[in-house]
Design a protein around this ligand. Structure first.
Ligand code: AHZ
Length: 308
């Protein structure tokens, strides 16, 4: 078996505990395919195994400490830093698409390799993603290696739940503590993305909510689902207007995005390319260092809120 490159595995029982007694290893299966069979199951067990956990998660995360909107490279980097630093915080990630990863998982893979300018190599080293050093920048051999490693780490944190195929369609607000007519953000309104996309031709589709003292928005630049939270801030009169993303300039864009990662209104931190819309910053195209480091900074800003 080892010649096939398999290592003996440990089975995981229904409670998520490692169970060694009586569990088959891959070695047990070799050359025994004639007598092979799976343990029996009833279809409803599969349904219940999935839905019980999903609805338990909806219940658990209805009150979260932090909601991250968008599971692109910035949102996932933010989640990774927060998951490492604060295993005590309940963190929900809401991703409109079925597939997490945002642009890093989509266009980022078209030429396979992913470029990160230094000093973002520090993030890759922390994550354990190998790269080639090209002097002022580094190259990961495939963008999918970056995103899948980041995702696997994020999803392994017991205090982080990713709700994908779910869109944030509004923000929950409360009057600002200052009594100045402004608001602080106090959570998000969500819906399954397919429902969100059909508000014009279907009726009566009640959304769901998550209360949280802090929302971190990393929904990318404007598009069908992009820049969601900053656009909503304009329509609710919390910022006057958007600056609009400017043309491509890698050098100015990446510095600006990291530097401008901040709490834009009380309770709402914005990171990644969504910032380019609010501030009128340049885009950087296919270099991802600013997304990782904006995530590091967004996490740092979030930790300040919880240390107050
Ligand atoms: O599906 C979106 C994507 O996965 C998700 N999203 C957007 N609106 C949402 C909503 N509710 C839930 N209302 C929502 N999810 O947010 C994710 C954004 O990921 P992204 O990769 O687009 O943004 P990012 O800021 O993490 O990374 C930007 C990557 C880019 S774009 C770019 C350029 O155009 O020049 N360069 C880089 C590096």
């Amino acid at each position: 078996l080892s010649s096939l490159g398999f290592m003996p595995t440990k089975a995981i029982n229904g409670k998520g505990l490692v169970k060694l007694n009586g569990a088959k290893t891959l070695e047990d299966m070799v050359d025994r395919w004639e007598s092979f069979n799976f343990d029996p199951i009833r279809e409803s067990q599969v349904s219940r195994a999935m839905t019980r956990r999903y609805f338990q998660d909806l219940d658990t995360y209805a009150e979260s400490d932090i909601v991250i909107v968008g599971a692109g490279s910035c949102g996932l980097s933010t989640a990774y830093m927060l998951g490492k630093a604060r295993p005590d915080l309940k963190i929900a990630i809401i991703e409109a698409s079925v597939s997490p990863g945002g642009g890093a998982w989509l266009g980022g893979q078209l030429f396979s390799a992913m470029v990160m300018r230094k000093p973002a190599d520090a993030f890759l080293s922390d994550l354990g993603v190998p790269y080639e050093d090209e002097g002022s920048y580094v190259v990961v051999k495939h963008a999918a290696l970056f995103t899948s490693t980041l995702l696997s780490k994020v999803l392994s944190f017991p205090n982080i739940k990713l709700f994908n195929a779910t869109a944030v369609e509004d923000l929950i607000t409360r009057p600002s503590d200052k009594g100045d007519g402004n608001v602080r953000i106090a959570g998000v309104v969500t819906n399954w993305t397919l429902v969100t996309m059909h508000h014009d031709d279907q009726s009566c589709m009640d959304p769901n909510t998550i209360n949280a003292p802090l929302v971190i928005s990393t929904t990318g630049h404007d598009g069908p689902f992009g820049a969601f939270c900053v656009k909503r801030l304009v329509s609710m009169n919390q910022i006057e207007k958007l600056g609009g993303m400017r043309g491509l300039d890698m050098n100015t864009a990446e510095d600006a995005i990291v530097k401008r990662t901040r709490e834009v209104v009380p309770g709402l931190i914005v990171g990644g390319m969504e910032l380019s819309e609010i501030d009128g910053a340049n885009r950087m195209g296919p270099t991802f260092g600013a997304m990782a480091l904006s995530g590091v900074k967004a996490a740092e800003e979030a930790l300040k809120v919880f240390e107050q």
